[in-house]
Design a protein around this ligand. Sequence first.
Ligand code: ADP
Ligand code: PLP
Length: 408
Amino acid sequence: KNVTSRKRPHTSRHKPASIKLCGPTLVRMLDMVCDRARQLLMKTQRSSSDSTYQKRQMIVDDDPFTRTLSVTDYAQFNNTLVGDCCLQACSLEQYESHRIPRVLSIQSHVVHGFVGNKCAAFILQLYGFEVDIINSVHFSNHTGYKTVKGSRLTADELEAIFQGLLINELLEYDYILTGYMGSGELLHVVAKYVRLIKSKSAHIKYICDPVIGDNNKLYVDRSCIEVYKNEILPLADIVTPNDFEIEVLIGKELDYKNDENQEEVIWQSLRSLHKMGPSHIIISSISADKTGGNQTMLQMRASTQFLDNQYQTFQIDFPHLEGSFTGTGDSFSALILAWFHKENNLIRACERSISILHQILRKTIEISKPINTHNRCGHELCLIESKAIIECGEILFHAVLNDKHLSS
Ligand SMILES: Nc1ncnc2c1ncn2[C@@H]1O[C@H](COP(=O)(O)OP(=O)(O)O)[C@@H](O)[C@H]1O
Ligand SMILES: Cc1ncc(COP(=O)(O)O)c(C=O)c1O
């Protein structure tokens, strides 16, 4: 409460003093203070014969964005301004559940098109996340085009960026998301700062797409593999490898199709990866060539390891769409982050992410043409045009639980 003694007409517009409080008890207390203040103001007005009470203005501002309630009471009695009393309150529960979650996303950037941070930033910001972006590469376009020009972030540059954030006390995140990194040195710096950020709070989740390669081909420097195995995986909470990346990480080739006990091979490989650190693993797609299943379908497989070393495993089957797309893996990890945050449930997060991506790809096929003849990577994702699809998050494909809950 701030009471000023100034003569009219200085009913002024100066900024009200504000008290910020958290917690239900304090909110209740504030309510009482407000009520009492109002009673006193009314009483003063009634009892004063020469009251020069003017128009009383009370502004109650319930801000859905910051989830704060402000009560600003401007009142004037007997040539005295009693007012400029601003109370701003919200419960701690409300504050926590509506606080804007902050994500640090370290991935590639392309000037034209959609991969890496171009996908993650759009998707996450659309869902209301605050996204801090570090670009591991700054390229003209993705690597599917005839030519790619641009630069790569060095380990020293990354270290300098982290130092700046650290010194300014800005390394405060709820989620860390990483994708294409390129070199072991860069990954080493990432691991150092993920460790530091995670040491500040137990609630921080690290979602890692361990980009190594696909179809037996490495996309990154070989030095990445050991850093992923020894430094990154122990810090990661959710990982989204493809089947080639699983093979590289667990050091074992998997022959799903020719193995009699194919199911067991897949789940055993997931279990080996759990042992390296992450409690949630999602293989975003396995083709029918690998599983020997229905050629028109793709399969997502996922697994959660619980604290008591029990596992929950599930799969989602969805249609294989004709054509090739880039940026799908990066969009997938961003969607998983967003929906894991909203649902706090891996199964729901996977159902939503797979369903949303399916609709984005359908939209992309419907409204875009393959980029050009020399491009072997098909379509750029039509993410902006899919805004409503992303926001809606309709579930089209449901998860099927694996009945065996493996124990270690
Ligand atoms: N040809 C396709 N048909 C249907 N869905 C696809 C296709 N390509 C990608 N997706 C969707 O994008 C997700 C991620 O793509 P994927 O190819 O598994 O990742 P990455 O690009 O990392 O290899 C898949 O889980 C699937 O939902
Ligand atoms: C620079 C860059 N980053 C990331 C990716 C990964 O794309 P996806 O999400 O399809 O795995 C690509 C694919 O071409 C790329 O060129």
